[in-house]
Design a protein around this ligand. Structure first.
Ligand code: NAG
Ligand code: NAG
Ligand code: NAG
Length: 638
């Protein structure tokens, strides 16, 4: 067997100080089973990883070796209860040996990502997995176990300097000014690294096979580097599907060889630049993702959400270029779910010629076995604005649902011709009751998962009440005068009495006064809310088998590169743990959010340290004093 050996630089080390209680649980997402010992095991200056030669694995070993050297993680938690004497050990860890049963298993839905990690009090640790993809998950876990030895040395931070230049991004270092950063030496060796609580034995596997994050790059554009950074953060959280919502009514940023006009005219043009993704960009993103065990599933939304197509091909769309509502402002009379309008014309042959070309080319650009065909929020009134459609309906005695069905049948035909498994948003099945083929995977966002499962479909859970990360930033419609209320409107006392009696008062609060804040899916989904979502809620054991997994979603009306990390992290990490570790612990108990808090707190800082500008969750004091900020009297103190 060919072996590749990844070594890192050297230097010596000295004995460790006191470590915090509870640190043993600082792995995110929490493994299926872990057992801990009591010793510190130092990394030897000659520490290296040995594994079979396979390109994704070799690159992962290089990546994680470099993370070990650069990271030197110091847990944020102060010692909760100091453990006086720690048994020292003179053994050092020299190698991590990686064994993979089958190096050729492709990355796909239901691929085996399990692994075991044995770290005995010896010079050699062992990571075993069935596939390369499982080994990559195990390497992530290994990296999280390694810490910098604690030190009692403390000195003042220099948080200000004369020529503080704010042009350079500060996202990766939230504490130090630019001068200090320049002077600071990044660690270059494995000096001072230790794995606490050895011997460690970990047996781990994901609860769900599809653990995704959806990013909308059409409402606002994200440069490639921001997508790559997101893929990094996903891999730290053992997420394995990047669902790329590429196009929408506002823009078509994907440059296709077969139909270049779609992006030439439909992509955003901004200050002299066309905001597009080239074929090269796609290749780079797909490879970068694959190296991290992440599948990239493209979504080209249709037949609704296609206004941008009209800039190149006006004839294949209906109701484009209009205000999205009628003058009566009645939601029932909308022409689109949001500005701007445009929907593919389902009765034109030319529509299908273009759609088939788009699907054919995208299927070759993205090697994954699955393809997302969109299909959400069809608005029939938009079709009614086009005489060719209404005439056709009369002549052929067709309903709107018939037209939608006809469209989706054609689309699904193109997807299956490209040899892909289709994914669609649930709407056509659960709202319109269309009998689509059962091999379609439904992404469920509004209805209970049970509805689609009972109809015999496999699902991806993305309930907007839990996993839409864009919610809670206020309405984005212009001239929204509803915000202008100087005084809380009065509810007549007899109405209030009835509301109180039925516990409905919250539903009637105006948005500015303890109410919803004005956007359709308010409030903001806190990490606790995200963590509380059980994709298997109210499903029988048998029905749960139809849940492939889930996805958190970031719709980008109010997000772009400036907000990306803050919107996603660490909340997406909360979903990642539910998807990897399951909504219930090994005893079948719903995961204890109180137990998760200190770990989540530490993980957020660790993400920041790894270059992800994740949002803060609590005052630093709370993280340093675990459980003392808990909302109820902490079990740890009873
Ligand atoms: C039109 O179709 C409906 C069912 O969709 C049917 O009941 C009706 O008889 C049809 N009308 C004509 C004129 O064919
Ligand atoms: C803003 O909305 C208010 C209230 O509907 C309306 O009176 C006003 O004309 C609108 N302003 C603009 C610039 O459209
Ligand atoms: C749970 O499922 C049952 C049917 O299996 C249904 O009647 C009930 O409404 C569901 N509960 C919730 C809270 O969705």
């Amino acid at each position: 067997m060919k072996l590749s050996v990844i070594t890192t630089a050297l230097l010596c080390s000295f004995p460790s100080m006191i470590l915090a209680k509870n640190y043993q649980s600082l792995i995110w997402p929490i493994p299926h089973s872990v057992s801990w010992g009591e010793h510190d095991l130092e990394l030897d200056s000659s520490f290296h990883m040995i594994g079979p030669s396979q390109q994704e694995l070799t690159r992962a070993m290089q990546r994680y070796s470099s993370i070990l050297v650069k990271e030197h993680w110091k847990p944020v938690q102060h010692p909760f209860r100091e453990e006086a004497s720690k048994r020292q050990h003179d053994q050092t860890l020299q190698t991590l040996e990686i064994h993979v049963d089958d190096l050729d298993v492709p990355l796909d839905l239901e691929v085996d990502e399990s692994y075991t990690l044995e770290i005995p009090l010896k010079h050699k640790a062992t990571l075993k997995s069935a596939t390369v993809w499982g080994a990559i998950r195990g390497l992530e876990t290994f990296s999280q176990l390694v810490q910098q030895k604690s030190s009692r040395k403390v000195k003042d931070i220099n948080s200000h300097s004369e020529d503080d230049n704010v042009e350079e991004s500060d996202a990766f270092d939230i504490f130090n000014d630019k001068d200090t950063r320049k002077k600071m030496k990044r660690p270059t060796s494995l000096d001072q690294l230790v794995i606490p609580k050895v011997p460690i034995s970990i047996d781990d596997a994901p609860a769900y096979s599809h653990r995704g994050l959806m990013l909308d790059t059409a409402r606002n554009y994200y440069p490639v580097k921001d997508i790559l950074r997101t893929l990094n953060a996903m891999s730290y959280n053992k997420m394995n599907v990047f669902h790329w919502h590429l196009t929408d009514s506002q823009s078509f940023p994907l440059k296709l060889d077969s139909l270049p006009e779609l992006a030439d005219k439909g992509a955003y043009q901004f200050q002299g630049k066309r905001l597009v993704y080239s074929k090269k960009d796609i290749e780079r993103i797909v490879k970068y993702a694959r190296d991290r065990g992440i599948r990239v599933i493209p979504e080209i939304d249709m037949p609704a959400h296609t206004g941008s197509w009209a800039l190149a091909y006006k004839d294949i769309t209906t109701c484009t270029g209009r205000y999205y509502m009628e003058p009566d402002n009645d939601w029932e009379h909308r022409l689109a779910a949001e500005p701007t309008t445009g929907q593919l014309n389902p009765i034109k042959a030319e529509t299908y010629e273009i759609v088939s070309k788009v699907i054919k080319e995208i299927a070759t650009l993205f090697p994954d076995s699955h393809y997302h065909g969109g299909g959400d929020e069809p608005v029939y009134r938009c079709w009614d604005k086009d005489a060719s459609v209404t005439d056709y309906m009369k002549q052929h005695n067709k309903t709107h649902d018939d037209l939608l069905h006809q469209f989706l049948d054609n689309e699904l035909g193109f997807i299956s011709k490209a040899k892909k498994t289709p994914i669609l948003w649930e709407d056509a099945v659960t709202n319109n009751n269309l009998p689509l083929p059962k091999d379609v995977v439904l992404q469920v966002w509004t209805n209970p998962a049970q509805l689609a499962v009972k109809k015999g479909y496999r699902i991806i859970a993305s309930n907007y009440n839990f996993w839409y990360l864009d919610c809670g930033h206020g309405g984005w419609g212009g001239n929204d005068t509803s915000y202008n209320e100087q005084v809380a409107p009065e509810i007549p006392s007899d109405v209030q009495t009835v509301l109180d009696k039925h516990d409905l008062a919250d539903n009637y609060r105006p948005s500015n006064w303890g109410g919803s804040g004005g956007d359709w899916c308010s409030p903001f989904k806190s990490w606790q809310r995200v963590y509380s979502y059980d994709p298997a809620f109210n499903l029988t054991k048998e029905q749960t088998k139809s849940v492939l997994g889930g996805e958190v979603a970031l719709w980008s009306e109010q997000s772009d590169a400036a907000a990306l990390d803050l919107r996603l992290w660490p909340r997406a990490a909360a979903a990642a743990e539910i998807l990897w570790s399951g909504g219930k612990d090994e005893n079948g108990k719903t995961r204890d959010i109180g137990d998760a808090m200190p770990r989540m707190f530490d993980w957020r800082y660790r993400l920041v340290h790894r270059g992800i500008a994740a949002e803060p969750l609590q005052p630093l004091w709370c993280g340093q004093n675990p459980h003392l900020c808990d909302a109820t009297y902490p079990a740890a103190l009873l």
